[in-house]
Design a protein around this ligand. Structure first.
Ligand SMILES: [Zn+2]
Length: 138
């Protein structure tokens, strides 16, 4: 019993096998599709990663907007939890995880720029302010 049969047609399979055997006998490479080089597969991996991160960013933009919710500048954005508690970083989450978190706790987070983020945590720590005191969204 053949577990994996790539060809529906047994004649095609036989033809392929004969070709394979012929290549093998004549010392040719038996593989028909080229194995990508290390650089090529690295490039493909980076491209996949880039697209993946882009999708995550798009999703966050759709849910939290493109601009910092404090200064409204379109800088590099960070997801901040309003109560200031530690949370798993969105950048370390898979897309699935991130989506689940947003669906469950959307209102607990805001998207702010790095500068305001530092400022928010400073104000929370040293001025003992809460998110409601800091937020410009009234
Ligand atoms: Zn900002």
């Amino acid at each position: 019993m053949v577990k994996y049969m790539p060809y529906r047609n047994i004649e095609d399979k036989r033809k392929y096998d004969r070709e394979w055997a012929r290549r093998k006998r004549s010392g040719q490479i038996t593989r028909l599709t080229q194995i990508p080089s290390k650089e090529e597969s690295h490039k493909r991996m980076l491209e996949r990663q880039r697209k993946y991160n882009l999708n995550k960013r798009k999703y966050l933009e759709e849910n939290y907007g493109k601009q910092c919710c404090v200064c409204h500048e379109p800088r590099i954005m960070i997801i901040h939890r309003k109560d200031g508690q530690r949370h798993k970083l969105f950048t370390n989450m898979s897309f699935k995880e991130l989506r689940e978190e947003v669906e469950k706790h959307k209102d607990e987070y805001v998207r702010v720029c790095g500068i305001c983020h530092t400022g928010i945590h400073w104000a929370m720590k040293y001025l003992n302010l809460k998110w409601e005191d800091i937020s410009t969204q009234k």
